[in-house]
Design a binder for this molecule. Structure first.
Ligand SMILES: *Cc1c(COP(=O)(O)O)cnc(C)c1O
Length: 404
């Protein structure tokens, strides 16, 4: 057994260099606080990129994980298991969905969604109707299909040829969709209700309503990528409820497992029928440990008082960040919903989001970026109010130093 001390430097010696992790290594977490190797404490407004929806070491999740660990971890889909069945039933009870497919990551849930959309159209209308319309700057994952549907060409560079039949329209611009959609060719329109990675940019309600109508008129499926916006993040269990627009397929991951890798694709019985036996699969999808943990997350997050709490925390955090923004002239706007907030840097600070991240870390608060011009906050949905207050104080200290 190798128990040598490890440090950040080792990353560059043993890891593929596709990430540039920060210069600390957290070793322990509790609620919204984490401690690094040196015992320094941080308030976590990153939430593992909108993943640790109930914070770190949540007693309920730890208990559930331990309990399931002593029963059965994994069976594969040669058999089904109780946690997967219960979780699927719960997701159907709480949403528009009538059928669920489990996967392990957001990219995989989207891969399943896009494959299903193609397969459904192929079955009902023929092979010509295979085109997917998605949006510029969208993010859907890092598999070849999902980066191709995603709207940032830099993520495709050097990996082409990409799958074909994908068109990118302008987000929040219905006319640009009208110019691309057709009854003959379009099988699906894929959209994030709030574009997360590219800057926490919410869709206009009229835009999503318009997409629903265009899809209906053109026999195309509407796919919502709720990998980032789902599981209580916006103050609704899923953001589609906030918008009052129901998709045909929805992908969920990130917050679903509270830190345990699990994802789900939700859909209707009619659409699901196109993924018949043998058409798609995953060894780990529906893993018993993962589903048991996700069950506990959904049971907790779907409680009305938890969702209400998200909005109360959101108000406090948003107001605090707007105050800092005004006092130091750093933010032009704080946008987003619930506990997915984007603080847009002013002209003067364009491209400098990373400096704010680093400055925050020095003061003991961890924030995210969403592109180079937006500071993103995606903390635990149950972050204590005192942690929000202290995080704001620490972040203000960081901004004060940075702008001095
Ligand atoms: C993070 C994210 C993904 C990719 O999820 P992975 O688990 O990293 O594969 C897909 N879509 C959206 C909207 C995301 O935010």
């Amino acid at each position: 057994m190798n128990r040598e001390p490890v440090s950040r430097e080792l990353f560059d010696e043993v890891m593929v260099p596709n990430y540039a992790p920060g210069n600390i290594i957290p070793v322990r977490g509790e609620g919204s606080r984490v401690w690094d190797q040196e015992g320094r404490e941080f308030i976590d407004l990153q939430g593992g990129i909108a993943v640790t929806s109930l914070g770190h070491a949540h007693p309920g999740l730890v208990g559930t994980l331990q309990e399931q660990a002593e029963k059965v971890w994994h069976l594969s889909n040669v058999m089904t298991n109780e946690p997967a069945l219960r979780l699927a039933k719960t997701l159907c009870d709480h949403t528009f969905a009538e059928r669920v497919f489990f996967a392990n990551s957001g990219g995989e849930a989207n891969e399943a969604a896009f494959k299903l959309a193609r397969r459904y159209s192929w079955e009902h209308y023929g092979p010509e109707k295979h085109e997917i319309i998605s949006f510029k700057n969208a993010f859907h994952g890092r598999t070849l299909f999902t980066v191709s549907v995603g709207g940032q060409h830099k993520y495709l560079e050097g990996f082409e040829p990409a799958p074909g039949g994908i068109h990118h329209a302008e987000f929040n611009d219905l006319d640009s969709v009208k110019a691309l959609i057709s009854k003959e060719k379009t099988c699906a329109v894929v959209v994030e209700p709030i574009q997360g990675e590219s800057g926490v940019l919410p869709a206009d309600p009229e835009f999503l309503k318009g997409l629903r109508q265009l899809c209906d008129e053109n026999n195309a499926l509407l796919v919502f990528d709720e990998v980032q916006t789902g599981v209580g993040r916006t103050g609704y269990l899923y953001a589609y409820e906030m918008y009052g627009v129901t998709p045909d397929i929805l992908s969920s991951a990130k917050g679903l497992g509270g830190g345990f890798p699990v994802a789900a694709m939700l859909t209707t019985a009619k659409v699901a029928a196109s993924l018949g036996v043998g058409t798609h699969g995953s060894t780990y999808g529906g893993n018993a440990l993962a589903c048991a943990v996700a069950q506990k997350v959904i049971d907790t997050v779907s409680q009305p008082e938890i969702l209400k709490g998200v909005n109360a925390r959101s108000d406090k955090l948003r107001k605090g960040m707007m105050d800092i923004g005004e006092r130091y002239g750093v933010f032009s706007e704080v946008r987003g919903a619930g506990l997915l907030l984007g603080c847009v840097l002013t002209e003067q600070w364009q491209g400098k989001a990373k400096d704010f991240l680093n400055a925050g870390r020095e003061e003991g608060v961890m924030v995210l970026m969403a592109g180079a011009n937006v500071i993103r906050l995606a903390p635990s949905l149950i972050i204590p109010e005192v942690d929000i207050e202290e995080a704001l104080e620490r972040f203000e200290a960081a901004v004060k130093k940075l702008t001095a």
